[in-house]
Design a protein around this ligand. Sequence first.
Ligand code: CA
Length: 222
Amino acid sequence: MHVLLVEDDEMLADGIARILRGQGMAVDVVNTGEDADRALGSREMSVAVLDIGLPGIDGFEVVRRLRMRGSALPVLLLTARDDVQDRVQGLEIGADDYLVKPFAAPELVARLKALVRRSSPRTIDLQVGGLQLDPFARRATVDGQIVELSAREWAVLEYLMQNASRVVSKQQIIDAILPWGEELTLNAVEVYVSRVRSKIASAGVSIKTIRGFGYMLEQGSA
Ligand code: CA
């Protein structure tokens, strides 16, 4: 799960980011509406948490632009006051949920998980051949047997499963699994893929190498 967190109060942003990372989510933090707009136009996210009151373009405007680009990304708005007008306006322009500050951390986590679950049925019960992923329990099984994966191996496999039977580039894998600011080389992606390949060898699933480009996961033995 990849979260874009947009909050100009840096202390609050740090606190929220720590909580979400503690839940195994990848979190990118930006502090202005302009940066949020840019990030949402260029990165693959599962959900955005957007403060309404931002310097420059506000949270409402960020959502408006996002929807105008045709994106259905789930958005949870954070509002500083329990104001009906804010709530109505937020929902009307296409936000999916909102929380009033201050809020309890477990409530934010639960709502984000619910939003992602609702928005992307593909991320539940990912199954190809004998390989099954439960994204919320972060558990991979081959014919019912649990497969031990590192966090990075898990993220690579989840992305390949979400895009089963489609060719994905190494760079797309990197963009999907890494928070901003962290770096990963194309060679490292190859290493993760080869480890995952050996761990799921008995699943009746193959991860084909598309030379010079990337990979495709599909049903059938290699
Ligand atoms: Ca604010």
